[in-house]
Design a protein around this ligand. Structure first.
Ligand code: NAD
Ligand code: LMR
Length: 441
């Protein structure tokens, strides 16, 4: 097996240690020659990189490890870029979540006005990363987790249609783990059918290796408990706010009982509930800063201070879990079946061909091949038409610098009550995002 060379873009991400631990756990299946970290914030990346340097020295001294803020050094001679950047960092996530709440609208990282604001920040930086990769390692693939994945994926389709970029999400993986607990199976034993947009989709089938269908059994459980399970199945989606989200899946199912819903549909089906239960002074960004970010950076600082690493200091989470399967599928043509965000082109038969949709794909060395999911019902299709139009308008607004299209995008979002509120929100979001958004006219 050829040893692979990897750069992790967003080296200072809270998820970087988890991904590195995952890679180290799978060296027999996915051997690594070189591992580099790349970030545009040297201080933030430095804390994690110094700790990971010690971990690698101990666990895999043969891997050439380095970290840099220089794009050429980062992107030269690589096979894969695993990207998870956050343009504007947590400071901006906090504003994305808190500003909409002032107008009685939900504030969320990837959904509604917060996600729209974040999308407008991410597009330019993601295109820059793709261009670095294509310049310095034209044969490499980018496996992108950076959010908001739906808007980033649409921007890639429009602006870099030939680039070797695969956009993906860990939420379906995390929820499938919960489903596997419900039916006492291992996630790897299950094959699913699914259709939707990113953070906006439904499972239509969950089968085991013998082909037994579990949809009804899981639906019965979810109708009562949502995706809340007794056993800890997740290292990532365990905070209080996530427990409420898993539970709320019960009410999502009640609206459209035939299929199993993605948890993020809560923001589109029950935006009033989300606003009523939000604390405008303390949102998810605050919870993550006080939780995951603090834990990861404290652990890194401790490793550096003591010069030693203990198992359990860094965790492998959902985010890392299937990134290795995906990289292996491309590097060694394994034909793995995975949910990915790809151009529709008929995979959902009665949905627009040029939408970026989330469906099962077979992945080999030439990338993902989407599997046809047939036709979808009017309710689901109607919701998806509205949401995909929002995502397309945002990318058009970014490209054209169009204030009008941004106003339309916010107006069309199911989370915003009127064009008036959309305009007020847009004007405030423009003010705080001047450093990141293109100028709108
Ligand atoms: P984080 O802020 O801890 O890390 C992001 C890092 O990216 C920071 O160190 C930042 O300095 C760096 N960065 C920002 N712009 C950059 C650029 N242009 N070039 C290089 N580095 C840059 O954020 P996090 O909470 O660890 O999340 C990282 C990303 O992963 C976010 O986009 C988040 O939304 C995403 N995420 C995706 C999924 C998914 O399944 N798709 C799940 C969870 C998180
Ligand atoms: C995160 O933890 O930041 C993401 O997994 C999404 C979220 O809001 O929890």
């Amino acid at each position: 097996m050829k040893k692979q060379s990897i750069v992790i873009a967003g080296g200072g991400s809270t998820y970087t240690p988890g991904i590195v631990m995952m890679l180290l756990d799978n060296l027999d299946k996915f051997p690594i020659a070189t591992l580099k970290l790349y970030d545009n914030d040297p201080e933030r990346q430095g804390v994690l990189a110094k700790a990971l340097e010690l971990v690698l020295k101990e666990k895999a001294p043969d891997i050439a490890f380095s970290y840099t803020t220089d794009p050429r050094e980062a992107f030269e001679n690589i096979d894969f870029c695993m990207a998870h950047i956050r343009t504007g960092q947590y400071r901006m996530r906090e504003l994305d979540e808190k500003i909409p709440l002032k107008y009685g609208v939900l504030g969320q990282e990837t959904c509604g006005p917060g996600g729209i604001a974040y999308g407008m920040r991410s597009i330019g930086d993601m295109i820059e990363l793709i261009d670095y990769m294509e310049k310095y390692s034209p044969n490499a693939w980018m496996l992108n987790y950076s959010n908001p994945a739906a808007i980033v994926a649409e921007a890639c389709r429009v602006l870099r249609p030939k680039a070797k970029v695969i956009n993906m999400c860990d939420m379906p993986v995390g929820t499938l783990r919960r489903m596997s607990q419900i039916i006492h199976k291992e996630p790897k034993e299950l094959t699913v059918n699914y259709f939707g947009l990113n953070h906006f989709g439904w499972w239509t089938s969950v089968r085991d290796t013998e082909g037994h269908e579990y949809l009804s059994e899981i639906r019965e459980y979810v109708a009562e408990h949502g995706y809340l399970t007794q056993i800890e199945v997740d290292t990532q989606h365990m905070d209080q706010s996530w427990q409420e989200t898993h539970k709320k899946a019960k009410d999502l199912l009640a609206v459209a009982p035939e299929f199993l819903p993605n948890t993020y549909l809560k923001y589109y089906l029950y935006p009033d509930y989300v606003v009523e239960h939000a604390n405008p002074e303390y949102t998810r960004a605050n919870e993550v800063m006080a939780g995951r970010e603090k834990q990861v950076f404290d652990a890194a600082r401790k490793i550096v201070a003591t010069g030693s690493f203990r198992e359990g200091d860094f965790h492998i989470d959902n985010h890392a879990l299937f990134i290795v399967d995906l990289a292996r599928a491309i590097a060694f043509n394994t034909g793995e079946r995975m949910l990915l965000i790809v151009e529709n082109n008929g995979a959902i038969a009665n949905f627009r061909a040029d939408a970026m949709v989330e469906v099962p794909c077979i992945v080999g060395s030439s990338g993902p091949e989407p599997l046809c999911q047939g036709t979808i019902p009017t309710f689901h299709r109607g919701m998806m038409e509205q949401q995909v139009a929002v995502e397309k308008l945002i990318v058009e607004a970014w490209v054209e610098g169009s204030y009008q299209k941004m106003w339309q995008a916010l107006t069309l979002s199911k989370t915003v009550p009127s064009a008036k509120v959309a305009k007020e929100l847009l004007d405030e979001l423009i003010e705080v995002n001047r450093e990141f958004w293109p100028e709108l006219h």
